[in-house]
Design a binder for this molecule. Structure first.
Ligand SMILES: [Fe+2]
Length: 257
């Protein structure tokens, strides 16, 4: 059974040309791990009452990585076919920069923070992998990406005003409200509608955002890969994950039949 539903060469070409690629995970072990993670997190009793991680600038987002067993998360993040694909894109073996699980809810404000189109600034070599743990439709916050906006020669074409509406993300170059709407209606705007076992890989040096949720909730795993020299130090989330592993302070998962 292949790892992806599409050939790695096709995914790689999509990444190079568009900056974004989608496929399905076909590998049985990875699917079991995704199913297990989804089961644990979607049935967590207090999920909807957890406080937002950064309530002032991201009232819609709670980091729930601690709810997920690290073995399952890392088995997916470090799976050889995924690393081989990223190695082919970067031209060198990647560094796993961050592992996160996001839980997102609607909020009453106009768009905030990463709900504006922006470019990430973590590294010149940057890929994010999005794995939904429950269905993501148009109403519950899909990821959007402007195709080909990752290419340096197109940076000027899609030049975004810096810090126009969002002082909370100084490293990002965010879009104004009007530009946000223009980009959402741009013919090259790709919207990632997804379900469990879907995978989206994106070079987030290109222009992207999370659409503000209208209803429901969004649960997704996000892996970030960079070179060995990202612009920011190692993220705390990854250190927490390694701490749990080294301290064996997690509950071993039940076998899944
Ligand atoms: Fe981003």
């Amino acid at each position: 059974m292949p790892f992806f539903s599409s050939s790695p060469d096709y995914i790689l070409e999509s990444l190079k040309n568009d900056g974004v690629a989608v496929s399905l995970i076909m590998d049985e072990n990875i699917r079991k791990n995704l199913y297990y993670l989804s089961s644990i997190i979607t049935s967590y009793p207090s999920l909807h009452s957890l406080p937002a991680t950064s309530p002032l600038n991201k009232p819609y987002l709670t980091h729930i990585t601690d709810l997920a067993p690290p073995v399952q998360l890392l088995s997916i993040a470090l799976s050889p076919p995924l690393l081989e694909l990223i190695t082919s894109y970067f031209g060198f073996f990647p560094t796993l920069y961050n592992v996160e699980v996001w839980f997102s809810l609607p909020h009453k404000n106009s768009p905030l923070s990463t709900e504006f189109f922006h470019r990430d600034g973590d590294d010149k070599h940057l890929l994010k992998v999005y794995l939904p743990l429950s269905p993501i439709g148009p109403e519950n916050g899909p990821f959007q990406y402007i195709r080909s906006s990752h290419r340096p020669k197109l940076f000027d074409k899609y030049r975004l005003p810096s810090r126009t509406t969002n002082e909370s993300l100084p490293k990002h170059r965010t879009a104004s409200l009007a530009l946000n709407e223009d980009l959402a209606n741009h013919p090259d705007c790709f919207t990632y509608l997804a379900d469990l076992y879907s995978i989206c890989i994106a070079d987030t040096n290109g222009i992207h955002r999370g659409v503000p949720l209208q209803t429901g909730s969004r649960i997704q795993i996000v892996f970030t890969y960079t070179s060995q020299s990202p612009t920011s130090p190692l993220r705390q989330g990854l250190l927490n994950l390694f701490s749990k592993l080294s301290a064996n302070s997690y509950t071993p998962p039940l076998p899944i039949s």
